[in-house]
Design a protein around this ligand. Sequence first.
Ligand code: FRU
Length: 494
Amino acid sequence: MKSGEFFSEWTKEKRYKRYEEYSKKEIQALEKQVYDSEFRQVFHIQPKSGLLNDPNGFCYFDGAYHLFYQWFPMGPVHGLKYWYHLSSKDLVEWQEVDIALRPDTEYDSHGVFSGSGLVVGDELFLMYTGNVRTEQWERIPYQLIAKMDTNGKIQKCIPPVIEGSLEGYTDHFRDPKLWEQSGKYYAVIGVQRQNETGACLLFQSEDVLNWSSVGEIQTSLQNFGYMWECPDYFELEGYGVLLFSPQGLEPLEDQYQNIYQTGYIVGQPLEVATGEFDHDVFQELDAGFDFYATQTTVASDGRRILFAWMGLPEIAYPSDKDNWAHCLTIPRELQLVNGRLYQQPIKELRKLRKENIQINPNVSETQQLSELTGITYELETELSSTAEQFGLLLRGKGKKGTKIYVDQVKQKLILDRTDSGFPFAENYGTIRQVPYKKSTIKLHIFVDTSSIEIFVNDGEVTFTARIFTEDFQNEISVISENGTTQAIINKWTI
Ligand code: FRU
């Protein structure tokens, strides 16, 4: 079935029917269908039914990490959104808590949209966008606060703290991200100007309940896409970082190949009194296919940790047929190295490691490694090569598989999912690449049932992608075309 036909079943009425109106039996049947899906992940956060999108409210509070996600429970479409709550002691094993926020007030009747969390005193303050549609289907955005206590009880504060959008901006006004600085509170909100360009507004507050606008974060990106979603501001190594997801960028050489982007600008710390931000060029955070709407928080030991939605809006995915869509990435630690954000899988993920195999093959042509197979695993490799093309083929069977390789003739590092398995999103191309000139490479890779996350040279570049394969695609090969490749490979089953 084509995605168009599939989604057309999802009438407005069906998308906005409340979860609470479905019977237990209907929900159980749906959850069973999802549970049986061949694409279910093993170590990623995924919804038990329906569609997951942005990570929200990510915080360390009362001895545990709390993470929420945007959730439409009833199918693989963007319908009426809830916040679903998870908690964890170690960022690896997550307990499903429950629905945290429901669209049950006049200020969020058409969706509890994205937002963030901040610990204030002994409460976790959640600030989010309430999405409201009028009878004429006009959108009204509200920014609301909800508070969670140490018993996990959540209460919304009514009325909203910001009503509608500000003068000069359209109704695309959402995704507040909170932080505290020198005893004051700040929030960035993604907006669209009346002239249909994206921007980010800065708000300040003394008590998290009364907010006033400082104005726009003044960047040099005055005409950079039509909307900026999910902004996040933080400081790292003494620099300011504004991370956001702009919509409406045109492809530019190897960059901006996905429907929407996520990236950042780095500069001197933001002047919170004025919104001045002196920054460097915009850089994409991930070079892969499925990476959007990031959110960060500070870990209990001070590390800056990031989750992203491993998916994109407006794209049909093969799991849609089983009535679920998307997952989050693994948690990643951010570091700032020479003005660039590096991402590394958090060290706690080592807990997932099971059987280990190490081999050091020396290959003179592309070769499948018979002693190394797997569906869900972590793999570290160092390759050094004289070949025109060298790298790895993963989740393979014969010539099928997902390739990550260096092309020394083209001087590119390429992720190729052309023959990964079940095709999807092909309109946006099936390869992603970045310039690359070295004859050596270090790759740290996490493969789950239907995803691959690749950390290159200690996190300098990452490639994140969903891949939908047959379950017998378990081969691993070293690619070496016209030359020899020495590999050191360390693999752990997960
Ligand atoms: C990003 C986004 C946010 C919005 C949310 C709704 O994916 O569009 O801007 O708050 O999803 O689910």
